[in-house]
Each structure stands twice: as C-alpha cells, then as structure tokens.
Design a binder for this molecule. Structure first.
Ligand SMILES: Nc1ncnc2c1ncn2[C@@H]1O[C@H](COP(=O)(O)OP(=O)(O)OP(=O)(O)O)[C@@H](O)[C@H]1O
Length: 268
C-alpha cells in the first residue's frame, strides 16, 4: 500500500535530514506501532506517510506510484485517503465536539452535506458511537475549548474512528491519557481499524502497550530504523539501546555559582 525506500527526511519546518535511509513497507489493513526515544523521528515518519512533506532523498510510493510526481490536486485526492491524529489535535475552540469529530468525514462529502454537517450534523449518532468507545460520549455537544487535555485527545482519536480513510496515523495518541483510558483508546483504535480494513500506524511512548497490542513494531533510534518485526523480537538490550539516555554523551554541567550573600539589612 505505502512504501518508503532509502528515504531521508527533515522534520516539518526543518531543513536538515533527521530520518536516514528509511525502508518501510505497510500493507493494506496492517497495524504497526512506532517506538523510540523523544526526538528519534517518530512524528517526522508519520508526516512522510501523511504526505505532508516529500522525502529529501529516496522514494515514497503509494499503491506503486510516487504521489510527489503527481499534480497537486491528485495529491490532495490521495491525502483524503489518509487520516492523521496529531499529538495535539488542532480543533477549532468554539466548535461543538460533534462537529469537530464529523469534520473528519468532510473530504469525502458533497458540498451540501459538508455544509449541513458543519451547521447541524446529521451524522451525530456516528460521532456519539465513536466517542462512546473512547469514554467521552457525554461530551458530544460540549464546546471544544471546555474539554480537558485527555478529553481533547480522545476527540482527536474519534475523528480517526469516523473517517473513511484507509490509512490511519496516530501520533502519540495516549500522551494525555491515564492507563485505563489509554488501554481503552488503543483497543478502540485497533478494533475499528480492523473492522474498516484501514491500516494503522501509532507512534507510542508506552512501550509496554506497543508490545502488548501490536503484531508489528518499528523502533527508531536517532532517525534510523533499528528494529522492524514482531514484538517478541524486542529484548531488554534493544530497549536499553533505544532509550539510553542522551545524557550519557552530554557534557558535564558546570557547577552552579555560589549564592551571593545578602546584606544583613535585607535578612531582618
Ligand atoms: N522545525 C524543526 N526544525 C529542525 N529540527 C526539528 C524541527 N522539529 C523537530 N526537529 C528535530 O527533528 C528530530 C525528530 O523530531 P520528531 O518530532 O520527529 O521526533 P519524535 O520521535 O516524534 O519526538 P517526540 O517523541 O519528542 O515527539 C528531533 O531531533 C527534533 O529536534
């Protein structure tokens, strides 16, 4: 379905490569977790898969063709088949949750239906069902700017659940969730993607959940894939290598300056 070959990429807004020689093939309906320390390149990898930017070098193919060799409008059409839930979903603050969720379906709608959805959503039960699976059904008519961080994140995930996309990308979807809700969200994402036949790529900091829930795990270290396979192939040594603190190579900090004694008069 989508394939990267020897791809280098810069972070969004950056110029220098932070991903190097990425080889990754994702089949239709496949589910993978991407793990790696902060700054390893997970978000950048998702931005490549979301067609938000072209590789600096190497190849990206979607169904055997290079989207970056297509016209802008054709690329726009291809993007409509890909849904990305960013770490912080950019939801319009005054919008109702129902509308914010159903906006994920706009790319496939006629103009008339889009306008009705934005004004008085006819598919509200669909949004309600998605929110229910994430434990926030009671927020259906709440304004987005009245949500907590964790609720907001789940509204962002509900957008994936209702979308017609065939590739779902979730960037650290559990970052603002407590352990019980994180399990719930991951279960809902995986089940719905499987039912819809959508491929799912989740970047995760919760390694235990990545290993427990996903049949395939891709591990990034410093912009390179150092593991790609079933979770059983990941051992303690690899985890140590992945998350070895950057501090090990950090220069020693200079001692803090001694406090300056205050004049006696100021201490009384
Ligand atoms: N706008 C930018 N310009 C230059 N470099 C950037 C920019 N944004 C991110 N980077 C760098 O690109 C590298 C990869 O960042 P990326 O956000 O892909 O990592 P990540 O694995 O998703 O990190 P995290 O887990 O902290 O979200 C990091 O070293 C980061 O500092």
């Amino acid at each position: 379905m989508i394939r990267l070959g020897s791809a280098d990429a810069a972070a969004l807004g950056g110029a220098a490569p932070v991903l190097h020689g990425i080889d990754l093939a994702l089949a239709a309906g496949e589910q993978i977790a991407v793990i790696g320390a902060s700054g390893a390149g997970k978000t950048t990898l998702l931005s490549l898969l979301a067609l938000m930017q072209a590789p600096l070098a190497g190849r990206l193919e979607l169904d055997g063709t290079d989207p970056w060799a297509q016209s802008r409008s054709e690329r726009q059409r291809l993007r409509a088949g890909i849904a990305l839930a960013p770490q912080q979903p950019p939801l319009p603050p005054r919008q109702r949750v129902a509308v914010a969720v159903l906006a994920a379906r706009l790319p496939g709608m006629s103009l008339a239906r889009s306008l009705r959805t934005l004004w008085s959503p006819p598919d509200a039960p669909l949004a309600q069902a998605a929110l229910e699976q994430l434990g926030v059904a009671d927020k259906l008519w709440q304004r987005v700017d009245r949500l907590s961080g964790g609720e907001r994140q789940r509204v962002g995930l509900a957008r994936l659940l209702v979308s017609d996309a065939r590739l779902w990308l979730a960037d650290e979807p559990l970052a603002a969730l407590d352990p019980a809700r994180a399990e719930m969200a991951l279960t809902a994402l995986r089940r719905n993607a499987a039912e819809r036949g959508a491929a799912l790529v989740c970047s995760l900091h919760q390694v235990d959940l990545a290993l427990k829930h996903f049949p395939r795990v891709v591990a990034l270290r410093a912009g390179r894939i150092v593991f790609d396979g079933p979770p059983g192939g990941i051992d303690e040594d690899l985890l140590d290598e992945l998350y070895r603190s950057q501090d090990e190579s950090a220069p020693e900090l200079a001692p803090l300056p001694q406090p300056v004694p205050l004049p006696q008069a100021m201490c009384r």
